[in-house]
Design a protein around this ligand. Sequence first.
Ligand SMILES: O=C(O)[C@H](O)[C@@H](O)[C@H](O)[C@H](O)COP(=O)(O)O
Length: 246
Amino acid sequence: MPPQIRILDDPETLAEAAAARCEEILRRAVATAGTAHLALAGGRTPRALYRRLARRGGIDWRRVHVWFGDERAVPFDDPRSNYRMARETLLEHVPVPPAQVHPMRARPPCLRDDAEAYAATLCALAPLSALGVPCLDLVLLGLGADGHVASLFPGTRALAERDDPVAAVDEPGIEPPRLTLTLPVLDHARHLLLLVAGEEKAAVVRRALAEAPRGEPLPVQRLAPRGTLEWFLDAAAAAGVPREGA
Ligand SMILES: O=C(O)[C@H](O)[C@@H](O)[C@H](O)[C@H](O)COP(=O)(O)O
């Protein structure tokens, strides 16, 4: 299924449109299966979305399991923690049962043990494909200037991982080390929402959406979703995207 691309005027209207779409997906998942499995992105872009999600009244958060796409190996009260950002902008404001919030504990030098532990929880609680891959209802992703999604950075073992659902990211140059969901889990999500805002992302968006990929595929170009992939871009990030009818 080709990616759907929505271009919104600015980060605030992007956040509002993405929040409406998240609510629609989560409501449908809860109505269908009685529960919904959501993985949050880290970084800056999702903040405005999470604040809006916290204010939307149509999600039965008691039925939602909240996972993380990735996490830095820092304490949960560290300003760099994705869990801290999500807690402050969303989780403190919605009635998700604490047992259904699954922070990623990433504690060097035991990163691989932490990856295995997170994978075990994910596989125990989330629906699985016939081959045992966790199938989340909605995975939110940002996009790095190098084309990374979650913490699947170019040239890393985590990006190449095709079996384990969670991988450690501790290659030289990646500081702090991280844990990340791997491509199989991202590809098995029912819905992937990619949130990209700002002129500093225009170049990577243009390359990522180019008809004829050149050179080594970017991590974001390695996504092969079985479900839907929806890009939510603001006008600045979409500056190089050919407009239909343009
Ligand atoms: O832990 C992280 O940093 C994120 O998971 C990462 O993948 C992020 O989504 C991108 O780097 C974009 O970050 P911004 O939204 O801050 O541009």
